[in-house]
Design a protein around this ligand. Sequence first.
Ligand code: C2E
Ligand code: MG
Ligand code: MG
Length: 393
Amino acid sequence: MDSIILQAIKDNELQAYYQPQYDAVTGHIVSAEALVRWIKPDGTVVPPFQFIPEAENSGIVTEIDWHMAYQVCKLLDEQKRNNEQQFPIAVNFSRHHIREENFVQKLVELTDQFHIPHELFEVEITESAMVNEEEKILGWINGVRNAGFSVAIDDFGSGLSSLQFVKDMPADILKIDKSLLSHNCENEKERIVLESIFYFANRLKLTTIAEGVETKEQLGFMKTCGCNRIQGYLFAKPMPKTDFLALCRLNQQTNFDSDILGIQSPISAMELLMGVVFRKYPLVIFSNLTRNTYYMMAYENFTSRSCPSTGIFDELIVHGTASMHDEDKKIFSDAFNRLHLLQAHADGEPFVCAVTRQLGDDGIYRRVETTDYFVKSPSSDDVLVITLCDNLE
Ligand code: C2E
Ligand code: MG
Ligand code: MG
């Protein structure tokens, strides 16, 4: 079999097909994946499942992958020469490459030979390659990324990767396996799992791609989960190079159906709700009066920074009081010192509120309404408050 495959490579029978990936919001092509097809002399197109597993077993698959990488470089080069828009293209690399000597150097040489900017070349490695190889693969991925290529974890959710691995994984892109998507994404448990994957991937700043999107219902749900890119038959099947080049030239916006409800997951609903809360209250503080601690979230850093500020509540009030107008300092510290708040809570007050003039960064005092709402946590008897600061001017 190995010699037949090597011969097929020589005879240029192993061809790269391209499947576009679409931005989930704009509907434009933003990237693509190269997928191998064996074109027999009689024109028969042999799909990869008929020869990749065997090539994988013998190891000859690495030759196929390099042949694909070469074709991708040629395509990007052709687009550049013709002054056409280029998109990052992903190539599948088998787990064998993890052991390949000088893999990164080889890839750099190949891409540099065609003057391909490295960010246009994505390296896909399947999740199943991670099993029992976690240490080795982390180093490999780091090496590839340090050379400027992006790395996508393919088939995420189909294999056995541990959450430990997900936490440490230095990849750029997470491709959610199509086996996680049922026909209409109608199963509640499936939806919860998908929502959670997209939620943690977004928070880990991984670009997400949903593979195998075939129905409008799946698309609608993926979009509401915050999925970044869509790859699937709903938009385009893998196609020969000439068709792909023609499609890129058009790059017409794909008409995403808009009649599907845009909010289908509790997480997306919560995020929208938080957006509204922050619109009125740019500063939200969660405090534990019993333990004298706080956790502050401001609109800008709520999603972009993973670590909103935390500290000691009493110090926060001292700091807050210092920023108040001289005539309002006492009003503020009387209302919001911890002992007063704890007493108000013991008296059954639902909230404590005060309007004071606060000095802004620009040196101007503005009237701010600060309200501390007492809230009950299901997991603790501590006295908790949520502070909402409303700028009245
Ligand atoms: P993969 O890398 O996960 O590629 C995605 C597969 O999903 C492709 O199958 C693609 O045609 C298919 N797909 C995309 N959208 C849909 C959809 O909406 N519905 C369905 N049912 N399928 C969809 P393909 O091209 O048959 O490739 C199968 C697998 O073979 C690939 O899975 C990859 O693991 C392997 N493969 C393909 N080309 C190469 C290659 O050049 N090198 C290596 N090492 N493996 C390759
Ligand atoms: Mg792939
Ligand atoms: Mg895949």
